[in-house]
Design a protein. Structure first.
Length: 331
């Protein structure tokens, strides 16, 4: 590997003095709590992603049940999930990398040598994020959900619709479209997830001139929108954290009737092998180490490397934060 030319970087600590309390916390964060902060970032990331999409799903499903037209559509759901991906990545990527998906984390474990224990923590945090988000959204929509359930009971269709994609439980837990064979549902899920996974891997390619780092969240977000708008009516999970977290939340609220039967395994697991296969295909077909790293990706890589070195200087006992405090005290 050729030695890169010197690149000057500036840290926040170089230009801004934070309050003493925050500087003290940053020492603890770097030395003892760094793994917990990364997990919190993943949990909040999934929260953002799910919070945006679930609200749109609730409006659409409940509006149809109580005959309030215009509260949403498949397009609004797709766009909501797209913006959720963008916002989640913007907020969390600098802290945890913005995986937001167990399949992405497993890619890092398998292809990027991420420690297995760290990957396991990420996945637990992601599922917890999906679970808590569903409970929060349920509380926000609880009054309308109860009204919709009452309408279903009055119409004599509660048992038919409640635990389907068109019922209140379908806001949180994924259910296959009525009458669709599980084999076709699996194909729909696998192909949609493969499609999303290939795009995710493409945005991570530092030689991809079409996908600078700042555009990555938008590209991935609108890929989710395409998948939701085109294939969600057939049954689509697209993210194991969203699916498993939502399934557990639905069971918490309505009991085992919301378990989803045999379809639950397809919606929970398919995303993982489909995404890993997509990443493997990208590695063998599209990755070429002879290509040039783009200037924006180079700056991105150097910035992250400088951040890690800055943090590690604190872990060794002397950080710029310490030196800044010393200088402030001497002044």
């Amino acid at each position: 590997m050729h030695q890169s030319e010197p690149h000057q970087t500036f840290h926040l600590a170089d230009i801004q003095t934070r309050p003493r309390l925050l500087r003290s916390w940053e020492r603890v964060r770097h030395r003892q709590a760094h793994w917990a902060i990364e997990c919190l970032a993943e949990m909040f990331g999934v929260f953002f992603y799910c919070y945006a999409g679930l609200g749109a799903q609730a409006a659409y499903i409940l509006g149809n049940i109580v005959n309030l037209q215009g509260l949403g559509s498949l397009l609004t759901i797709g766009l909501a999930y797209a913006m959720g991906v963008v916002l989640a990545t913007v907020v969390t990527s600098g802290t945890s990398g913005g995986h937001l998906n167990p399949a992405v984390t497993l890619y890092w474990v398998i292809f990027k040598r991420m420690p297995i224990a760290k990957g396991a923590r990420y996945i637990v945090a992601q599922i917890l994020g999906g679970y808590l988000t569903c409970l929060v959204v349920y509380l926000q929509w609880k009054t309308v959900i109860k009204e919709a359930e009452g309408a279903l009971v009055a119409a004599g269709s509660y048992d038919v619709l409640q635990f389907t994609a068109n019922g209140p439980a379908g806001i949180f837990a994924n259910f296959a479209a009525s009458g669709t064979g599980l084999g076709l549902v699996w194909i729909n899920e696998f192909m949609s997830d493969f499609f999303i996974g290939l795009v995710i891997r493409a945005t991570m390619d530092p030689t991809n001139f079409m996908a600078p780092p700042a555009a990555g969240p938008w590209i991935v977000g609108f890929t989710y929108a395409v998948a939701v708008c085109s294939y969600a009516p057939l049954g689509l999970a697209a993210n194991a954290a969203r699916d498993v977290g939502g399934r557990l939340a639905a069971i918490t609220i309505w009991g085992l009737k919301a378990s989803g039967g045999r379809y639950a395994a397809i919606s929970a697991i398919t995303n993982i092998p489909a995404t890993l296969l997509a990443c493997a295909v990208y590695e063998f077909v599209f990755t070429d180490s002879s290509r040039v790293i783009t200037s924006s990706q180079k700056e991105y890589i150097i910035g992250h490397r400088a951040h890690m070195e800055h943090k590690e200087s604190g872990l060794r006992g002397t950080s710029i934060i310490d030196l800044e405090e010393k200088g402030t005290d001497e002044t």
